[in-house]
Unconditional design. Sequence first.
Length: 297
Amino acid sequence: MPKRMSTARGREFGAGVRALIERTGLSSREIATIMGCHESKVSDVVNGKGGVTQVEVAVLLGVCRAKSPEADHLMNLFPQRHDGRGWWQQHGACPPIKLRTAFENLKASKTLVSWHASMVPFFLQTADYLREVLRASATIPGEELEERAKAQLETQQALPSNAKRLFFVHESALRLQVGGPEVHAWQMQHLAVTANQPNTTVRIVPAARGAHAGMAGPFTLLTFGKFEPLVWVDTENSSLFAETSDAVEGYHLVISALTAASLSEAESKELIAELSENAWTLADLSAGLQAPHPPVP
């Protein structure tokens, strides 16, 4: 069965409008009557189809009594080009507390492939590691740290439990101590446990390999049961959602090259276990005692 033509932007827009309509308790037909239009027009708005103006979208949001922040968000999402694929979502000085576009697409995903060279991939981070990453940011306001940490942990949980996950990470990212010795040790322990889960594969690109195909930067590739795949690139103050077939194919080539450059799954597990054991040894020495710690898988 061919996959539906849909975009990351359009899916978030449709989900937001549907939620507003549901909160009114009215049917699409009743909404259309209030708007003075045919029911199909409401359907077109929800699905982001052509033939709908911004004015008509604004009227619908008014009928649904959307609050100003949500109305502004949805109006900005409303696609001006209905056949366009791919979206550079600019955030200003720093990202919003919750990345709704990424969240909505993660919920619908079937598989995930993620790569990072300078830190543990986002979906493998512990809460303490995640907080240290936020704390080190030059753009994230300090007073928002806990709220952002909570939102990011919720985003981690958006990924369906049965989704297949493949993570590539550079060896140097695992040796980098983020936070104190104990934070680092718990992060490595978490990574060792997660790498042994049945739906998760972690592959390490060793530092000895030198230059590699992932040097251009981190990315996450998502596939879906009903939609075409996309690549999410998260930057300091923007998010890129690449959806054209040639753009996605380019990242598939990067993934193939990273697969060739990385250690096998078994070798990666061995290295993670070794680094985890070393991290706990350093944490124990830092604490001035030889406290027991969880066994490494």
